[in-house]
Design a protein around this ligand. Structure first.
Ligand SMILES: *[C@@H]1O[C@H](CO)[C@@H](O)[C@H](O)[C@H]1NC(C)=O
Ligand SMILES: *[C@@H]1O[C@H](CO)[C@@H](O)[C@H](O)[C@H]1NC(C)=O
Ligand SMILES: *[C@@H]1O[C@H](CO)[C@@H](O)[C@H](O)[C@H]1NC(C)=O
Ligand SMILES: *[C@@H]1O[C@H](CO)[C@@H](O)[C@H](O)[C@H]1NC(C)=O
Ligand SMILES: *[C@@H]1O[C@H](CO)[C@@H](O)[C@H](O)[C@H]1NC(C)=O
Ligand SMILES: *[C@@H]1O[C@H](CO)[C@@H](O)[C@H](O)[C@H]1NC(C)=O
Ligand SMILES: *[C@@H]1O[C@H](CO)[C@@H](O)[C@H](O)[C@H]1NC(C)=O
Ligand SMILES: *[C@@H]1O[C@H](CO)[C@@H](O)[C@H](O)[C@H]1NC(C)=O
Length: 452
């Protein structure tokens, strides 16, 4: 068990307690024992005798308009896992201080479906009634692996990228303890190799703890900058999607190949090196949508234009080390817009990403994958399907809005995307697709001829 001394700064007299809860950079301080709520801005103070050596432990919450909430306690805190509550440990604080902050530590706060799968965490200014069970001497970072966890895109977009941003922004070069609520064993096993690069301590599963845990400080929530974005101007150290990619590389490049994928042995490939290698991402599963219906024809024509082809059907249980080996050794990757395209993080800069864009998915295709592909230095090209290549042609007439004008049909309501995301599959027009593949091939060939 680790021990932590609560009295850092020996002569500390906690004669006053101050909690400031703020949005953005605005801080408002009010008189003693007053509570004020102004929109989402809240400030609360309580003070007794003044002192020259006060140590204020405060709860600070940042609630920007989009995506995430983030709350911290900048002093000793106790976690009672039974009530998912963090308490400020300050024996001199009044018992009547009933400030309770509630937070869903999953950076997709406007999404009701996602948030319904995320447990709420409480942060209170009242002192705990129970003593410390386990005492730690490193700060805690608390987040949820509920929500849409299990989908590779969301695992990165609401999970690993925000986790990376938060660590770089708040805990740069610090020893931290990760505390996870809505624990998913499968998530943990999938990303355990990567988590080792962020913390030296065992990860705490908040859901199955019976003992209380004490930390010198706590941060609840993850910072997000946007879809697949790390905004360099918002992190104190020069961090980007490229440095995030290095983290993935460190985690997955040196792990052994366990699935017996000997046919993709990189060394063997280098020696034969006649053809550039193409990975085709294919979706599967009941109700997945966006499946390439004529995958055999697509594979055949890809071989015909000169590729060595590997079809990858990502599963939740896929080991990332295996997909990493396969994709990192390839010269091009193509696939229909979907979570599997997140594997673009495993491609080498200069290699080619081809995105097949079904009807109605232009914006999300750009936002989720074209944007990061460009940041990572991939050669990006897109294939926008024609109406005749969409399976929706069998369900709707060509003059119906759903086919004629998807943007108008959706009308800004995400629920209406269902038909494009889940109902729609694609049957690629082979002569048309061949022209696209030729371009992908030429770029991949060029990349390979540079010695990759
Ligand atoms: C609490 O207050 C008492 C009396 O003012 C003081 O002696 C004590 O050191 C304080 N405790 C802490 C943890 O600051
Ligand atoms: C905690 O934050 C408050 C407000 O920002 C500050 O006044 C106080 O000194 C901080 N306390 C510690 C222990 O860092
Ligand atoms: C808090 O309440 C307990 C019991 O109700 C009392 O013994 C203690 O003195 C109170 N502490 C403060 C700081 O008011
Ligand atoms: C809690 O869950 C973690 C992760 O599955 C496991 O390693 C640990 O043994 C569990 N602890 C208890 C007390 O059940
Ligand atoms: C939490 O609940 C468990 C099981 O009911 C109990 O054994 C444990 O003492 C409780 N812990 C706290 C801190 O109340
Ligand atoms: C990055 O953040 C800055 C400051 O908040 C903002 O002005 C800029 O538009 C952001 N850039 C991107 C690409 O989002
Ligand atoms: C890869 O792992 C092996 C065994 O764990 C180790 O000996 C080797 O130094 C590692 N290589 C790199 C490049 O990290
Ligand atoms: C969005 O579309 C769904 C399904 O078409 C409908 O039930 C819902 O009321 C719409 N929501 C809004 C805000 O218009």
């Amino acid at each position: 068990m680790e021990v932590f001394d609560d009295r850092r700064g020996s002569a500390v007299m906690v004669a006053a307690f101050l909690a400031l809860l703020y949005v953005g950079v605005t801080l408002i301080s009010l008189g003693p024992r007053s509570i004020s709520l102004q929109g989402s801005l809240m400030s609360w103070t309580h003070s007794t005798a003044p002192s020259l050596t006060q140590a204020h432990v405060s709860i600070t919450c940042d609630r920007p308009p989009r995506d995430y909430d983030l709350c911290s306690i900048n002093g000793s805190s106790l976690l009672d896992p039974n009530s998912s509550t963090f308490f400020i440990m300050d024996p001199n604080r009044s018992n009547q201080t009933d400030v309770v902050m509630k937070i869903h530590p999953y950076p997709r706060k406007k999404d009701k479906t996602a948030i319904s799968l995320v447990k709420e965490i409480n942060i209170v200014a009242t002192p705990p009634k129970v003593p410390c069970g386990v005492t730690h001497n490193s700060p805690a970072l608390v987040f949820s692996t509920g929500g849409y966890t299990g989908n590779f895109f969301h695992d990165l977009n609401e999970g690993l990228i925000p986790l990376y941003i938060t660590v770089q922004t708040i805990f740069y070069d610090q020893d931290i303890i990760l505390v996870i609520s809505d624990w998913r064993e499968r998530w943990f096993r999938k990303y355990a190799d990567l988590l080792l690069h962020l913390t030296h301590h065992p990860v705490i599963n908040m859901d199955n703890q019976t003992a209380t845990h004490c930390f010198p400080s706590v941060t609840v929530g993850l910072i997000k900058h946007g879809a697949m974005v790390i905004n360099t101007t918002m992190v104190p150290h020069p961090k980007t999607l490229v440095t995030f990619q290095e983290l993935l590389q460190n985690a997955y490049s040196n792990t052994s190949n366990t699935l017996g994928l000997d046919n993709i042995d990189l060394e063997k490939h280098k020696s034969s090196s006649a053809r550039p290698r193409l990975v085709i991402i294919q979706r599967e599963g009941a109700g997945a949508g966006r499946v390439i219906l004529n995958i055999e024809e697509v594979t055949a024509v890809s071989e015909e234009v000169g590729f060595e082809v590997e079809v990858l059907k990502p599963r939740q249980s896929s080991r990332l080390a295996d997909s990493y080996r396969l994709i990192h050794g390839s010269h091009a990757m193509i696939g229909v817009h979907g979570a599997g395209m997140t594997h673009l993080f495993f491609l080498r800069p200069g290699s080619v990403l081809g995105q097949i864009i079904p009807l109605g998915t232009e914006f999300v295709s750009w936002d989720c994958f074209e944007k990061p592909a460009r940041v990572l230095g991939l050669r990006y090209s897109k294939y926008e399907i024609e109406v005749a290549e969409s399976s929706l042609i069998e369900k709707f007439k060509v003059d119906e809005l759903v086919l004629k004008n998807p943007k108008a049909y959706v009308g800004g309501n995400w629920s209406n995307m269902h038909v494009y995301m889940r109902v729609q599959n694609v049957k690629l027009d082979i002569p048309r697709f061949r022209r696209f593949l030729k371009r992908v091939y030429e770029n991949a060939r060029e990349f390979m001829d540079k010695g990759y």
